[in-house]
Design a protein around this ligand. Structure first.
Ligand code: ATP
Ligand code: MG
Ligand code: MG
Length: 554
């Protein structure tokens, strides 16, 4: 079998297996905070963790990191589960950090008893000053030497809700002189009189990320806890907390880091995405312009294309910006194989075939997908009056215009060769009708000599009488800048593209009358389109997923 080269995360696992870790102990987790919808950056972490689960046949937990009741909601939990499932992954167990609140509390009491934690009662400003800077050492808090008894009493009363938020916190007693700022007596608990989406009002104190995360990994016997690079300096603290509670007979989880993935012309941060939703720059979390999994899905991205994207960019040790064209390449590649070809006209102008009998109609055979031999054929109606794209006709055209002009021939896709004869214009000089004649012997696929004649181009079209009207939503980049949130002096919202959505009325062939939500098509010569959830039997709505070619390459 083929040797696949291992990435650095897989190498870490292989080395652990070599040094004695049993493969049956491998256990991973994907730990989202339910404070928003998942985005394309999360797809990397999901593909990494669940991909390892598949490769090593190991369980992967879906763990909600729900320690901050101020930002977390059930809606987000539900959306996250839906997205992970849709991406095609199955978790072993659904877990919540909030399920461990009692255990975490008990362990915190243990730390106080071991003189490894204390209650500090200063203002946050005072504590910040004492913390020092990376180049100076910190100063001990005057509360650092509180007695164990006093600490136990205060901590219990914090838990019981006797104090206002901000009056006391619990800190780990580590080292105010550490070169790692995170080791300078980090906060373990803060008081918050907030309703939690799962534990309700039972807790008045909530654990900090660092205190909750590693212990949650430990409780779930996670062997490898993969997180993004900004947590590298947290690793020392992760290990210190584990040291305080570790039972030697149980598996010790290991935190390792990989680079955050950023995508160009968008933002991948739940907080910023939420701001776009709240301030109505977009129409919800699943707006097709959003970098969320649900937005991309609605835009027409397939789960396979997102998995393929994550695997294509792989994982890295350094942060970098992935151009959105890589993502677009992945969806084009998938849709090219699976999307049926149909005809739609989005900027219509009327075309009249003057020598085609009035009242006549023909149902012509059209191939559904030349890339898929099982896709078959369908019939499309042809008649005297058609729509073609306005830009496919020029009255006076340069030599290299391979579309319709007066006196020249082009082919109508799946139909006949036509020749431009004359135009009708309104009082402003705009063309309202193009009159053409057709060659009666030139039907595509008929095998006649006339049908094989070379003409300068092939146009798509729809029969006016048979076409269905459709609302078509055309999207551009949501941000005009490649990295809208990379500027110190500017806010990412300054770069919102005011023209990111254009809605047009188009006409599609009648075979689309039965199209269902999320069905995907190639509108020939225009791009890939998907049926939007707003679509109804009486009003079709399509989203443009992506053009046929990389617009930036042309
Ligand atoms: P956000 O700023 O969007 O809230 P986060 O890291 O705080 O990001 P979490 O819900 O904590 O979001 O993320 C769950 C997991 O996904 C974490 O392990 C996190 O490191 C990873 N992750 C989040 N964003 C990215 C990204 N852009 N690229 C790769 N992994 C990511
Ligand atoms: Mg997080
Ligand atoms: Mg976050």
């Amino acid at each position: 079998s083929e040797e696949k080269s291992l990435n650095f995360i897989e190498q870490i696992i292989e080395e652990d297996l070599k040094s004695g870790l049993s493969q049956t102990k491998l256990h991973f987790r994907f730990p989202p905070e339910p404070n928003g919808y998942l985005h394309i950056g999360h797809a990397s972490s999901i593909a990494l963790n669940f991909g390892l689960g598949i490769d090593y046949q190991s369980p992967v937990n879906l763990r909600f990191d729900d320690t901050n009741p101020e930002k977390e909601e059930q809606e987000f939990v539900d959306a996250i589960k839906k997205d992970v499932e849709w991406l095609g992954y199955t978790w072993a167990e659904e877990r919540y950090a909030s399920d461990y609140f009692q255990q975490l509390y008990d362990w915190a009491v243990l730390l106080i008893k071991k003189d490894k934690a204390y209650v500090d009662s200063q203002s946050s400003e005072e504590m910040a000053t004492q913390k020092g800077t990376p180049t100076t050492t910190g100063t001990d808090s005057p509360y650092r030497n509180r007695s164990v008894e006093e600490n136990l009493d205060l901590f219990e009363r914090m838990k019981n809700g006797e104090f206002e938020a901000g009056t006391h916190i619990l800190r780990a007693k580590i080292d105010m002189k550490s070169t790692n700022m995170l080791m300078r007596d980090p906060i373990m608990y803060r008081i918050l009189h907030k309703h939690h989406h799962r534990t309700g009002d039972s807790w008045k104190i909530y654990p900090m990320y660092d205190w909750a995360h590693g212990q949650s990994d430990y409780l779930e016997a996670i062997s490898h806890s993969f997180c993004t690079l900004e947590f590298l300096p947290h690793r020392e603290l992760y290990d210190w907390f584990l040291d305080q509670i570790l039972d030697e007979n149980r598996l010790r989880p290991k935190q390792r880091e990989f680079a955050r993935r950023n995508l160009s012309h968008t933002v991948v941060s739940k907080r910023k995405l939420q701001q776009l939703v709240k301030e109505k720059h977009v129409n919800g979390w699943d707006d097709p312009r959003m970098s969320t999994i649900s937005g991309l899905r609605r835009r027409g991205y397939t789960a396979a294309s997102l998995r393929n994207f994550a695997n294509t960019i792989g994982i890295a040790k350094r942060d970098n910006l992935i151009n959105v064209s890589v993502l677009e390449f992945c969806i084009r590649e998938d849709l090219n194989k699976i999307a049926p070809r149909v005809m739609a006209v989005l900027d219509p102008v009327k075309l009249v075939i003057t020598n085609y009998p009035e009242g006549k109609e023909e149902w012509l055979e059209a191939e559904n997908n030349q890339e898929d031999e099982n896709a078959g054929f369908r019939k499309v109606p042809f008649s005297r009056e058609l729509y073609i794209e306005r830009e496919d006709f020029l009255e006076e055209a340069p030599a290299k215009f391979f579309r319709l002009t007066l006196g020249k021939e082009v082919r109508l896709k799946n139909a006949y060769i036509i020749k431009g004869e004359s135009v009708i214009k309104d009082e402003n000089g705009n063309i309202t009708e193009i009159h053409v004649t057709y060659d009666t012997d030139s039907l595509s696929g008929s095998g006649t000599e006339a049908s094989q004649r070379k003409v300068s181009g092939t146009l798509h079209w729809v029969s006016i009488q048979h076409a269905l009207e459709a609302e078509v939503r055309l999207y551009d980049r949501l941000f005009t800048d490649e990295a809208p949130d990379s500027y110190k002096e500017k806010n990412f919202l300054d770069f919102v593209n005011p023209n990111s959505l254009e809605i047009v009325t188009g006409y599609v062939e009648p075979s689309l009358s039965t199209a269902q939500n999320e069905d995907k098509f190639q509108f020939q010569r225009l791009g890939y389109f998907t049926v939007d959830k707003d679509s109804t039997a009486s009003k079709l709505v399509f989203n443009k997923t992506v053009g046929l070619k990389d617009a930036w390459e042309e």
